[in-house]
Design a protein around this ligand. Structure first.
Ligand SMILES: [Zn+2]
Length: 317
């Protein structure tokens, strides 16, 4: 039996979990408690709005539609990860769903196939509407998904859910037959549950580094060659295996790129100097534009050839 969190406790839990919260209008007293019970609560449900734009979506979820009075959820999660609180108490978001799913949520075990709509979900679930068109093309930004994870974890943590096993966070599509939300590139309920479960092993203030540093990625020799090939012409690199065989086997991608960058700057500087000399020659007369152009190209070719030779000895430096 879980009593719903007070508005203050919900707000504190969200903020402690690192969620950026916006309090919209009279959210604390805005609810559908006149239409039925709110609680006991057992889980969190995730939806997509089928709208775009934060302001319009928040307004719609607060006011509701002509056929469905608001609030349509408790919080709207914007693309930038901000959570806009629009209601506290019973909200029109879950509709009727599968009682077997509710039993699994309560027991914190894997969800069964959803095939019934026999149970009132608005009594039992906190609801977050996430701004997304739901057309399976509108992307889910990482900041928005992270906010879904944090907001869900905040509620689970406050109630002590997720200790038995699976976390108590489900998608509308897992609750009611025929529903598809949430869907699209970047969102997956099993992934959300996995991340919520991981958060719950840490304190609320935990901030994982979700994007690994490039330095952490180990590259094979073949991958390094591939990168180098894209950076420079292939025929300049045929000497690389020989260079490695001769001496330093630790020619890294960074070595190559640093070296290529340094040599490229030299080539550009050489060309610039040659250009300046040619311009002065032209001012003095005696050279046609075509002749100057030919001289400049020959100079550039010579510099590039020199670069090719030098690359063969990269490991000797
Ligand atoms: Zn929904």
């Amino acid at each position: 039996m879980a009593t719903p969190l007070s508005a203050d406790r919900l707000l504190a839990a969200l903020r402690a979990e690192g969620v950026r919260v916006v309090e919209y209008r009279s959210w604390r007293t805005h609810n559908r408690n006149s239409a039925g019970p709110w609680g006991p609560v057992n889980g969190v449900m995730i939806h997509h709005t089928v709208t775009s734009g934060t302001d319009a979506s928040v307004k719609l979820c607060y006011n509701g539609r002509s056929d469905l009075p608001g609030p349509l959820c408790h919080g709207v999660i914007a693309k930038d990860g901000t959570v806009h609180l629009v209601g506290h108490g019973r909200a029109n978001h879950a509709g009727k769903g599968d009682g077997d799913v509710l039993a699994a949520v309560i027991a914190e075990r894997a969800l069964p196939r959803v095939d019934e709509a026999d149970t009132d979900g608005n009594t039992r679930f906190y609801g977050f509407e996430c701004v997304n068109l739901g057309d399976n093309r509108d992307p889910w930004p990482a900041a928005q998904v992270e906010a879904i994870v944090r907001a869900s974890a905040a509620i689970c943590r406050a109630h002590g859910w997720g200790k038995a096993g699976d976390t108590s966070v489900i998608g509308h599509l897992e609750w009611q037959p025929g529903k598809i939300d949430p869907r699209g590139p970047g969102i997956s309920m099993p992934d959300i549950r996995r991340r919520v479960a991981e958060r719950l092993k840490h304190p609320a203030s935990w901030s994982p580094n979700t994007t690994p540093e490039e330095d952490d990625v180990a590259l094979t020799a073949a991958e390094i060659d591939k990168i180098a090939e894209r950076v420079w012409r292939r025929d300049f690199l045929t000497a690389a295996p020989e260079a490695k065989a001769k001496g330093n086997p630790d020619v890294t991608a960074e070595t190559w790129l640093t070296y290529l960058g340094a040599r490229l700057r030299e080539v550009i500087a050489t060309q610039g100097a040659q250009g300046a000399v040619l311009a002065r020659l032209a001012e003095g007369g005696g050279l046609t534009a075509a002749e100057i152009q030919a001289a400049a190209e020959a100079g550039a070719r010579a510099a590039l050839a020199e670069l090719g030779d030098a690359l063969g000895g990269v490991s000797d430096r």
